[in-house]
Design a protein around this ligand. Structure first.
Ligand code: HEM
Length: 273
């Protein structure tokens, strides 16, 4: 006789009850893959993007909550959330290994089906950048035709970024670091903030929470840079120096993005120590 889990209590009948698939909305998720070609590898390409978007959804949830906690001066829960965000980025980084199994010949089979769509138009990726503080208003373009996406991005640049709330903690600790007036820009290096961070790093024991907070942001940016690097390397491996489907110069554009610094004060202070 084969083993029957119902004998030890496994629920086997879900007529009128919520099951695993109902709770997780799997009917929607697992029927949301619509390859537009006959190419075998197009499903990999779609699933890879969709899973990345799901992880980004969680990253945003954690980043927003961490920002609220930091603003409230409740740093311990924020540390835990930011550690989780770094782990999510690591997950996204490992995912490139799956996509790298696709060769240029295989990608070419369905490249035309994508039309002009590209990760460049990822709303959640742009939101992650905006929440962290890399606010480039030119990036709103691809979302202008959908107010339900453009409006939250516009609302985001009116509120302090994650890094702005972190410099708020410097102020609360008595450091002379003025709040930014223009919030719809990336973070530029600020000598006063850098000097404050240098003091924190010179005496970590005295400023342990601020020190830990700064390191959490550096961790975040470190993993984010690895994601960008993995992306550009995978892209070069698959399309070489061809233009991107989104219309940019492709690898050259992505290499330029490697130079973007999210939290310049936190990187510059290191030279000073
Ligand atoms: C065959 C695989 C891939 C290729 C060839 C590729 C190619 C490119 C290229 C060329 C760009 C520059 C914009 C453009 O002109 O299109 C870009 C941007 C982007 N891609 Fe990919 N990509 C791939 C996979 C992915 C995956 C799996 C994700 C995960 C969500 C992703 C997310 C992004 C994002 C967020 C951007 C915008 C980056 C920025 O503006 O800084 N890409 N991609």
């Amino acid at each position: 006789m084969s083993y029957d889990p119902s004998k030890e209590g496994a629920q086997m009948s879900f007529q009128g009850r919520m099951s695993y698939g109902d709770y997780l909305g799997l009917d929607k998720i697992l029927t949301a893959q619509h390859p537009l070609s006959q190419a075998h590898d197009e499903l990999l390409f779609i699933v890879q993007h969709q899973t990345s978007e799901l992880w980004m959804r969680l990253a945003l949830h954690e980043m927003n909550a961490a920002r609220d906690r930091i603003e409230a001066g409740d740093l311990q829960p924020a540390f835990k959330m930011l550690a989780r965000v770094a782990r999510i980025m690591e997950q996204l980084n490992s995912a490139w290994d799956v996509l790298r199994t696709m060769t240029p010949s295989e990608y070419t089979e369905f490249r035309e089906s994508l039309g002009q769509s590209s990760g460049f138009q990822s709303y959640q990726y742009r939101m992650i950048e905006f929440v962290a503080g890399n606010r480039n208003m030119a990036m709103l373009g691809p979302h202008q035709h959908r107010t339900e996406l453009a409006a939250p991005l516009l609302a985001e640049v009116e509120r302090p970024s994650l890094y702005d709330t972190v410099t708020g903690r410097l102020r609360a600790a008595g450091f002379d670091v003025p709040a930014r007036e223009k919030l719809d820009e990336p973070h530029h290096p600020d000598p006063k903030a850098r000097a404050a961070w240098a003091e924190v790093y010179r005496d970590p024991r005295r400023y342990w929470e601020l020190y830990e907070l700064a390191e959490k942001l550096v961790d975040f940016e470190d993993y984010f840079r690895r994601w960008r690097f993995n992306h550009v390397t995978t892209v070069e491996r698959i399309i070489g120096f061809k233009r991107g489907s989104g219309g940019t110069s492709g690898v050259n554009y992505l290499r330029k993005m490697l130079d973007v610094v999210l939290f310049p004060d936190l990187w510059e202070l290191r030279t000073e120590l």
